[in-house]
Design a protein around this ligand. Sequence first.
Ligand SMILES: NC(=O)c1ccc[n+]([C@@H]2O[C@H](COP(=O)([O-])OP(=O)(O)OC[C@H]3O[C@@H](n4cnc5c(N)ncnc54)[C@H](O)[C@@H]3O)[C@@H](O)[C@H]2O)c1
Ligand SMILES: O=c1ccn([C@@H]2O[C@H](COP(=O)(O)OP(=O)(O)O[C@H]3O[C@H](CO)[C@@H](O)[C@H](O)[C@H]3O)[C@@H](O)[C@H]2O)c(=O)[nH]1
Length: 440
Amino acid sequence: MKIAVVGTGYVGLVTGTCFAETGNEVVCVDIDAAKVKRMQNGEVPIYEPDLDVLFERNQRQGRLKFTTDLKEAVDASDIIFLALPTPPGEDGSADLRYILGVAKDLSKIITKYTIVIDKSTVPVGTAEKVHAALAENLDESLFDVVSNPEFLREGVAVDDFLKPDRVVIGTDSAQAEEKLRRLYEPFVRSGNPIIFMDLRSAEMTKYAANSYLATRISFMNEIANLCEKAGADVDAVRRGMGSDTRIGKRFLFPGVGYGGSCFPKDVQALAHTAGQHDYNFRILNAVMDVNTKQRFRIADKIEDYFGTDLSNRTIALWGLAFKPNTDDIREAPALYTIDRLLEAGAQIRAFDPEATEHVRAIYGDKVTFCGDPYEALEGSDALAIVTEWSMFRTPSFERMKELLKSPIIFDGRNLYDTGRMEEAGFYYDSIGRRPVGAKD
Ligand SMILES: NC(=O)c1ccc[n+]([C@@H]2O[C@H](COP(=O)([O-])OP(=O)(O)OC[C@H]3O[C@@H](n4cnc5c(N)ncnc54)[C@H](O)[C@@H]3O)[C@@H](O)[C@H]2O)c1
Ligand SMILES: O=c1ccn([C@@H]2O[C@H](COP(=O)(O)OP(=O)(O)O[C@H]3O[C@H](CO)[C@@H](O)[C@H](O)[C@H]3O)[C@@H](O)[C@H]2O)c(=O)[nH]1
């Protein structure tokens, strides 16, 4: 099939590349001319494992092209995916200006039957707005609007796209349904379903899924905080709970709050949608409230230990990206940690395998950026772990003790066994577990 993908962020780039991989002809459009040039020259503009191999192969074989010219892409396609940003507006609602702006542009460009698909995360009722924008200049027989929310996770995006748990498609058009069934067939061969539904339900499914996952995380963060007070171990509790198949093991990890470009904005947007319908979605308000506090959990622990004046303290920080295997720092808990530590006067020596340059662009020389994890420890009073990169899981504890001024670790991701840390002679404070080791 001939496909245009408008917007080449995480979703657009992965969508375009994976559809090219299954033999479709794909043109990706972006307004960022510099980015398009880089992609035309074979450069993948984001760090996402496995994407580079597919990108290179499909571009070399001519199935994956890039342009800034929307008309050129639309003329060459009969399916258009909108993978545009939907950032939070001032009132927390999803800002639809990119989606509706492009829909308006499309209404002046489309000349043959075209399926326009919302791949972005958009509130209930958006497909109707896109339909109205297209209908301003187009006969309704020339297009169908479909909702096809994307569920990929950064860091494992290619795998999630190629082997999705499910594909959700909202449509009221038999023609669109048939085309999309064929398009997605290669991805669901393993037996996972394509679930067809009406447009509004598809739009709601995306927000319901993200908000439910965010709820699990805030719930577990509350359990962890209570475990600390009640003398229980959240790791044991998590295993005990998660073994119940009704609950399941995944997405039960407490930590420093959820971050990233999706959960924070999508929970907020769903709460806003509820408000628009005069419905007070109480759980969502609590989920957001818990997360706002949890993002400072590690900074709180550091201040509890050293006091609120950190002007003579240096803290090493491992991890800046909002999660491992990405260079994305949108709503990263590390940024909240840095802000609080700087406010308290601390010096920060930070390390991240991929996200350093994005964070340097924000803080400049207010933070010392280090070339490897051990360099960050040199002369530091304590280590704070904020992102669970694999490379942090099995460090040399001996070397860490030699480099740190005192052997103190605050672990926001529960990477190490508490008994082992006590034996190794650390003061080790993690999330939802009893701190071990002697305080200085
Ligand atoms: N990032 C994720 O993991 C993820 C996963 C599922 C769904 N989503 C949703 O998908 C949507 C896109 O997210 P993202 O993270 O890929 O976005 P992004 O912000 O990383 O990228 C968006 C791209 O769109 C381009 N753009 C903006 N206006 C344009 C225009 N008029 N024409 C062409 N290109 C334009 C930008 O230059 C940018 O390259 C959002 O609604 C998001 O909530 C994101
Ligand atoms: O048990 C867990 C799991 C995740 N997180 C945190 O939750 C955030 C989001 O993680 P994850 O969901 O893995 O990353 P995203 O790439 O943001 O993906 C989410 O958001 C995307 C955009 O909507 C959806 O497509 C995905 O299905 C959904 O998982 C991160 O800060 C994680 O550290 C936890 O704290 N504990």
